[in-house]
Each structure stands twice: as structure tokens, then as C-alpha cells.
Design a protein around this ligand. Structure first.
Ligand code: ASP
Length: 452
């Protein structure tokens, strides 16, 4: 049995639905389908999830939401009309949408999560109705029914272990198609909570693990995952196969085709993932597999830059002799609920790399002041506009001299490298640089390894 998940652009209009249905019905093993909310139909279009966020905000602000509700419902209506679905079949979808403001929520964060989740809920319902109308035996299944249980963090939920226990009791007929909405689960108190944005990938992975799929097919709008971002490198090489941990390292820094948190259930269940293109399903796409099934053919698999970092540099003589120095810094960060990303250190120096998106300017001042007072370093520097380049490849592990091939092209381009981190993960070399140099650095490294 295969789990197939379709992203928002693969379900954005009637035509896209038709492509998805062709894919689902072409293979009898494709039995479990996960839907995203309708995405963008053209570059300036708005995703239904974003329209629902605006509906939630209008509800909270007591503003008239009629226009945005009509826009949201219009998206589903147009898809239904493409398949000549009788209008009365869509009435329950409209009712649910209109009833959202009337429900009781513990607070506005839960309200927002419930509104957002309806993008996928209504789309899964619609997909089931269309498949039924076309004569297929299709069943719309909600996370409530299947027992997808998540933490009580309404807009950033994590799956709870009991989900897998619930899914092990979930029964279905051999000849039916199950249509699940992605992106959300139910908290222990019975409320809707969504995963982080792009989280329908996570639902697909949970179902693939919990229902013991032989493969998790993730349909999106690109032919493959590429060895570098196509907006940075012209015609990068597609990746035919990579390991879970390579994907994890690459998606951490910016490979956004597949949600990094969605890897975890797949890893736990040992389910291979195939990322494929809905508009080009005969292409093989990219396989993401356990490392035991992988023989690297290239030295590196991919190179990516993340530009959303900042670094706090501290210098203090005899830092290596002071017990608890790092602990005191981390306590200050923890007090402000800040997690650090990386922390390379030397004899008298330490650099703490942080996610800049998680810290506002005011907080930068507060933590720098507190660290100055508490630690009294000889030098404290805040470096904004920091970027991290991740060079990832299982093929690097037993190879001598890779670091030279990475650094030489950077030196040739005169790109400064304030930090190198290699060691903790034997399949990644992490290079700190400044964000203005990041794209050039990616191009230089890519061309060194993939020139031919
Ligand atoms: N619709 C949600 C989002 O836009 C989840 C997803 O598409 O996976 O983030």
C-alpha cells in the first residue's frame, strides 16, 4: 500500500485535481491520499491557507469577513464546477466555513489553528466527493476518526506516540480510497492544532508510518529535488537518490521541497519517500531512503545556503579554564526562550549561531547586555547578516581532501569564511559566511563538484 500526498499547487484548481486523480487511480496500491489546501494558481495568487488566516484575523478583530469567505468558498466551488459536482454537495463545506466563528476556542491561537486547518479539511472532503461522483469508492477520513493526536501547541504541533497505537487499530477495506486532510491533528483536550506551515507533508509521513505503507509518494510541482537551489544555480543536477539524514541536513538550511519534520515518522517507520511531480508523474523524482540502502555515487549530494542566521562572538582569555562559562550563556538564552543553532568554540573564543527570525532587535539588545554583565567578556560582537552554507553528502565520509575542494573555489572568489564546522555530522561541512556572499559561494562550490 502506498500513501500519496499532494501539495497545494497540485490541488489548486480543477485541472490540477484531474491530474492528481489520474495519478491516484493509475496504481491500485495508491490507497491513502493526503491533501493540502488549494495553493497558488499563478504567481500573484493567494493560498487558501493565507485566506483562512485573514478570515481568522477578521473574526478576532470583529470585522466583516464576507468578502474573504466568498473568496475561500469560491476556490472550492470552482473545483467542484470543473467536475460538474451538483452544487448541493458543497453545502456542508460552506456551512462548516460559515460556522467557524461561532465555535468556542480556548484562545485565539486555537481559533487561528482551526480556521487554517479547514483549508485541508474542506479540500479532502471535496476530493472524496469528486472521486465518488467519478464512480470510485472513496472515503473522507478526518484526523479525529483516525486518532491523529498532537501536542497542545496550536500552530506548531508535534505528533504524539499514541497516534501510532490508534492507527494500528484503524481498519479499511481493500478496495476503498481513503482521503485524509493534511496539516492538523487533535490535541488531548480535543481541539484542532496544526503543524508548522507546509505541514501536510508531516501528516503523509505519519500515515505512511502508522498504516505501514511500502512507500510515501509526495507529489509536488518540481521534477526532483536538485543538488542546489535552481534560483541560485542554473540547471542544477537532479538528485536521484539520497538518505534521510542528507535530506534532513539540506532541508534545515533551505531545501524547502519537503518539510524537514516529515522525515522523522518516515525514518521511524523505515518508509522510503519518493518526491515526484504531479505534472510529470512519469519522471522518477527523488528517492529518500535509509542509509543502509544507499551507495553514494557523487562526493556531495547537495549544497545549500541559509541566510537567516546571526552570530554572537565572544572572546575571553582563559575561557577554557572557566567552569560553567558556556552554561551561563545558555541559561541567559534559555531564560528568553532562545535556542541556539550551532556553537563552534576555540581556546579563548566562542561563536553562538542563532536563528535571526526567532529574535527581534529588542531581544538582541537585551541578551547582549545580559551576557556582557554576567560574563564580562574581553570582546562581544553581534554579527547580523550571517549565512550558513551546508555542503552535504554521504560520499564525503571516507574521502580525504574534500574540505580543500570546498574552500579553494571560495578563496578564488575572495569570499570570507569566518567559521567552518565539521565533525559532529560526518556527512556535512558547514561554512559560515556573510549573506551577501552566500549565493556566490553556493555557485562556486556547486561548480567545483558538478562541473561535468
Ligand atoms: N496549507 C498549509 C500551508 O500552506 C500546509 C501545507 O500546504 O502543507 O502551510
Amino acid at each position: 500500500m502506498k500513501v500519496v500526498k499532494f501539495g497545494g499547487s497540485s490541488l489548486a484548481n480543477g485541472e490540477a485535481f484531474q491530474n492528481a486523480i489520474n495519478i491516484i487511480t493509475a496504481d491500485p496500491e495508491r490507497r491513502v491520499v493526503v491533501t493540502s489546501a488549494p495553493g497558488k494558481r499563478f504567481a500573484t495568487d493567494t493560498k487558501v491557507t493565507d485566506l483562512l488566516i485573514s478570515y481568522a484575523n477578521k473574526t478576532i478583530a470583529n470585522e466583516d469577513p464576507t468578502k474573504v469567505v466568498d473568496e475561500i468558498f469560491g476556490r472550492y466551488q470552482a473545483i467542484g464546477a470543473y467536475f460538474d459536482l451538483p452544487v448541493e454537495k458543497l453545502a456542508p463545506l460552506k456551512e462548516r466555513l460559515l460556522a467557524l466563528p461561532e465555535k468556542k476556542y480556548p484562545n485565539n491561537n486555537y481559533l487561528l489553528a482551526t480556521f487554517k486547518a479547514h483549508g485541508e479539511r474542506l479540500n479532502a472532503h471535496l476530493m472524496a466527493l469528486i472521486l465518488q461522483q467519478l464512480g470510485y469508492r472513496a472515503r473522507f477520513v478526518t484526523p479525529e476518526e483516525a486518532g491523529i493526536r498532537v501536542t497542545g501547541t496550536p500552530n506548531n504541533a508535534c505528533v504524539l506516540a499514541e497516534t501510532y497505537e490508534n492507527l494500528s487499530h484503524f481498519s479499511f477495506n481493500k478496495d476503498e480510497l481513503l482521503i485524509f486532510p493534511g496539516f492538523y491533528g487533535i490535541t488531548l483536550a480535543g481541539h484542532i492544532a496544526t503543524f508548522s506551515r507546509g505541514g501536510s507533508d508531516i501528516t503523509g509521513a505519519i500515515l505512511a508510518r502508522g498504516l505501514h505503507a511500502s512507500i510515501y509518494e509526495n507529489f509536488t510541482d518540481v521534477d526532483a529535488i536538485y543538488a542546489a537551489n535552481p534560483n541560485v544555480v542554473d540547471n542544477p543536477q537532479p538528485i536521484a537518490k539520497m538518505t534521510y539524514r542528507e535530506m534532513r541536513e539540506l532541508s534545515y538550511a533551505g531545501f524547502s521541497v519537503f518539510h524537514d519534520e516529515a522525515l522523522i515518522p518516515a525514518i521511524e517507520g523505515n518508509v522510503p519517500i519518493n518526491v515526484k511531480n504531479t505534472n510529470n508523474p512519469e519522471k522518477p523524482g527523488t528517492m529518500i531512503v535509509p542509509d543502509k540502502d544507499f551507495q553514494p555515487t557523487d562526493i556531495i549530494t547537495g549544497v545549500v545556503s541559509g541566510k537567516h542566521f546571526a552570530a554572537l562572538y565572544l572572546h575571553k582569555y582563559l575561557l577554557n579554564k572557566q567552569a560553567g562559562f558556556t552554561l551561563r550563556i545558555l541559561q541567559i538564552l534559555a531564560k528568553h526562550n532562545i535556542s541556539y543553532e550551532h556553537m563552534p568554540s576555540g581556546i579563548d573564543d566562542i561563536t553562538i549561531i542563532l536563528d535571526r527570525n526567532a529574535i527581534d532587535d529588542q531581544l538582541v539588545d537585551v541578551i547582549c547586555n545580559e551576557i556582557q554583565e554576567e560574563i564580562n567578556p574581553d570582546r562581544l560582537e553581534w554579527i547580523d547578516n550571517y549565512a550558513i552554507i551546508m555542503v552535504v553528502g554521504e560520499g564525503m565520509r571516507n574521502r580525504v581532501g574534500v574540505i580543500n575542494d570546498i574552500l579553494m573555489p571560495l578563496a578564488e572568489k575572495n569570499i570570507a569564511v569566518p567559521m567552518i564546522n565539521q565533525g559532529a555530522s560526518r556527512i556535512t561541512i558547514m561554512i559560515g559566511t556573510y549573506d551577501i556572499d552566500a549565493d556566490e559561494a553556493v555557485r562556486a562550490i556547486y561548480h567545483r563538484f558538478f562541473a561535468n
